[in-house]
Design a protein around this ligand. Structure first.
Ligand code: SF4
Length: 343
């Protein structure tokens, strides 16, 4: 008989299982706390459960289905985790601490590979394999906490995959992070390359987490060259959908823009971008392109980065430059798992 998988279940599910096995609701709550508040990855750590209850749990349940296969730690303390799924596929997550802040941000995956084909992205080279289950999404945070003993305070859905194409599991996992892991809605960010119908759906739901849009281009011509999604959902329609989203939810969006040398980093591009998003309630996050072995693209020059930032700021936007994290490990999107999955 298949063992009952615990991570991803809510308190009611765990209570139901325990009652079916002649245990009390109180024991269920103890187990629930060990899993979600203490990230216990082994039944023997659950010291206030009797030996017989722990034996029952070992026999009939399992905590995780995902295995932490590899961990790399960068000089700047960014950690990269490679997870093996039950079917032999791999996904990855990254844990980052930003200077002077107690916040610990985990970047997690929602799909194995990705169908969106962005030309600058290592994950795109894998193609799409499958969506992650709710439990597999949750287990990434659980295993990071169990391995490090640290509490993740912020989650970004920015690892492998397009989260809005795994919509139901995305929404269910956010609910579990909020209710079980007690991570506030405002501390969760979902990043999309621009799937307009799903952005509209989030607007209708009055989504209260942060929506980040991977825009990466100042117009449709450049965007079409690097992001095939723009052929189906053109730039202007995307901006329109985002404006409507900010009006309906009252929330600001984050515009993510990866600066790639010679592709989208000119002064002209900066001016066009400033104009395109002038009326969009948004902050801008500039990301300096991180070269990797399978890429033909270049880093932008320091001069272009600073000028680009200056032009956007002069237009009234709040702009941050995302520091290159974990430059000495494989910390860009998809790099570690693409090595494993293509083996
Ligand atoms: S950048 Fe994101 S959406 Fe584009 S291919 Fe990579 S993982 Fe998919």
């Amino acid at each position: 008989m298949e063992k009952f998988l615990l991570i991803g279940k809510n308190l009611e599910d765990i209570e139901k299982f325990m009652i079916e096995n002649n245990q009390s609701k109180f024991r269920a709550k103890q187990l629930y706390n060990w899993l979600y508040l203490k990230s216990a990855d082994n039944f023997d750590k659950m010291s206030d459960l009797s030996v017989s209850v722990r034996e029952l749990l070992k026999e009939k349940t399992r905590i995780c289905s995902v295995v932490l296969k590899e961990k790399q730690v960068s000089k700047d303390s960014t950690m990269k985790f490679l997870f093996e799924l039950e079917d032999g596929n791999y996904v990855e997550a990254v844990l980052m601490r930003f200077d002077n802040r107690a916040n610990l941000t985990a970047c997690i995956s929602t799909q194995v590979g990705c169908p969106m084909g962005c030309s600058f992205c290592a994950t795109a080279k894998l193609g799409f394999k499958r969506n992650l289950t709710v439990s597999e999404i949750i287990q990434q945070i659980f295993l990071i906490q169990a391995n490090t003993g640290l509490k993740v305070t912020n989650i970004v859905y920015m690892g492998q995959g397009e989260p809005l194409l795994n919509f139901d599991n995305l929404i269910s996992s956010i609910k579990i992070f909020r209710e079980q892991f007690q991570i506030g809605a405002r501390r969760i960010t979902v990043s999309t390359c621009g799937i307009i119908p799903q952005i509209n759906k989030l607007a209708e739901m009055n989504f209260q987490s942060t929506l980040a849009i991977s825009l990466h281009a100042p117009d449709n011509d450049i965007r079409k060259k690097i992001m095939p999604v723009s052929k189906k959902y053109p730039f202007d329609e995307l901006i329109k959908a985002l404006k409507s989203y900010t009006q309906k939810t009252g929330r600001r969006v984050t515009v993510e823009y990866v600066l790639i040398g010679g592709i989208n980093d000119s002064l002209e591009d900066a001016k066009k971008l400033a104009f395109a998003i002038a009326k969009l309630k948004s902050n801008v996050n500039l990301i300096v392109y991180n070269t990797h072995e399978k890429s033909d693209y270049k880093k932008p020059s320091k001069e272009n980065i600073m000028k680009f930032k200056y032009i956007l700021e002069a237009s009234g936007k709040k702009v941050t430059i995302r520091l290159e994290r974990g430059a000495d490990i494989d910390a860009a999107c998809g790099q570690l798992s693409s090595k494993m999955n293509t083996k």
